[in-house]
Ligand binder design. Structure first.
Ligand SMILES: *Cc1c(COP(=O)(O)O)cnc(C)c1O
Length: 368
């Protein structure tokens, strides 16, 4: 297999979805308008329509989207906000910006997204200011149950959709379930820019107006600061033009991810390896994540056979060195953290590369 194709973890060319990005950028350069202009406005309208909500506000990145969403809700320092600890620390970073208190709850063993009974217990025990649900790896969380719990407790729900662009559950898009939805357009995301970008979506006119002010210094008019906690967090025209051109290809790109995932799962069916749930419309396979207690050995074997892999995420939020508080008990989160391994799965991965991934994984278990 010496001449077999090496398999990187991400493919920038595949992420372009065949769009002429150079032409997109040139049009913006020639327009002379570079921040919060017509490209941003058109992308916001198109993306809001795609998700099925009224308002989308472009911001600088996905973490800012979470921070500004919390600010728009009026979350105060010290207030508890429920979230999970296995989703890359982004929500925790946003909460730290506000001085709000993360209240970590455990995840479901199959989907690895927030467990409804754990949310119910947290809502019963604490005066919670908000709940942040992450659709992890492209898999939507159990939104019918989680949203119903938030609704009953009158606690606003924020969806973190940074890994779930285009996923739907019961015909409803990721981002159309909560009071607010946050997206990242980091280059590796299912809808990715050529740099940083993000958006907050909402159906609520008042929240949208607050977000519009918060992303630009707290202005409601130029140089008039009306809303406290404002930031400079704008989406620029170059990124918006790229996103606008790529958006029509998102569903096809997600289908390509699902096809690779289905091929992997079929090929691994007889192995002592936990594969992701079957890829239906509620899973856009941002990451194809397997689980094994022999992760380190598998990862080393893959690397030796030219197959890149990664771990999402090796250190859970409640165990980060920066935290002073003792870690709460989150047994499902902890076990998943020790076992998850992400295999290459993205538009642009060739059939030959997928075959190499399969052969390398099967080879590991054959040799065991
Ligand atoms: C990438 C990501 C973010 C943050 O996005 P940035 O644009 O990198 O700030 C937030 N949440 C999740 C789940 C992510 O994967």
């Amino acid at each position: 297999m010496a001449d077999a194709p090496r398999v990187p973890f991400f493919c920038p060319a595949g992420a372009a979805f065949g769009v002429d990005l150079g032409a997109c950028l040139q049009r913006v350069v020639d327009s002379g308008w570079y921040v919060l202009g017509p490209q941003v406005r058109d992308f916001e309208a198109a993306f809001a329509r795609h998700v099925g909500v009224r308002h989308a506000l472009g911001v600088a990145n996905g973490t800012d989207a979470l921070t500004l969403a919390l600010r728009a809700l009026g979350v105060q320092p010290g207030q508890p906000v429920v979230t999970v600890a296995n989703a890359g620390c982004y929500a925790s970073t946003a909460l730290a910006q506000l001085g709000a208190q993360p209240l970590y709850v455990d995840v479901e063993p199959a989907r690895l997204t927030m467990a409804p009974p754990a949310l119910a217990a947290a809502l019963a025990a604490h005066p919670v200011a908000a709940v942040i649900v992450t659709h992890l790896y492209g898999q939507m969380a159990d939104m019918p149950r989680l949203a119903a719990l938030c609704h009953a407790a009158k606690v606003p729900l924020i969806e973190d959709c940074a890994q779930a662009h285009g996923a739907t559950l019961n015909g409803r898009q990721a981002g159309a379930w909560g009071a607010l939805a946050c997206f990242s357009f980091y280059p590796t995301k299912n809808l990715g820019a050529l740099g940083d970008g993000g958006a907050v979506l909402t159906d609520d006119q008042a929240l949208a107006e607050r977000l519009r002010a918060l992303r630009q210094y707290g202005w409601t008019r130029k140089y008039e600061v009306t809303v406290a906690g404002g930031a400079n967090s704008r989406l620029d025209e170059l990124q918006a033009a790229v996103l606008l051109a790529k958006l029509p290809h998102l569903d096809a790109a997600n289908a390509a991810r699902r096809a690779i995932a289905a091929r992997y799962s079929a090929a691994f069916a007889d192995l002592p390896l936990t594969c992701p749930p079957p890829p239906g419309p509620d899973h856009v396979m941002h990451l194809y994540v397997v689980r094994t207690p022999r992760r380190a050995a598998l990862q080393a074997h893959l690397a030796a056979h030219g197959v890149a892999s990664d771990i999402h995420y090796p250190l859970a939020d409640h165990r980060q060195p920066v935290r002073a508080a003792p870690p709460p008990p989150l047994p499902v989160t902890d076990q998943a953290c020790a076992e998850v391994l992400s295999l290459p799965c993205y538009p642009g991965l060739t059939q030959a590369q997928a075959a190499r991934v399969i052969e390398a994984v099967r080879g590991f278990f054959a040799g065991a």
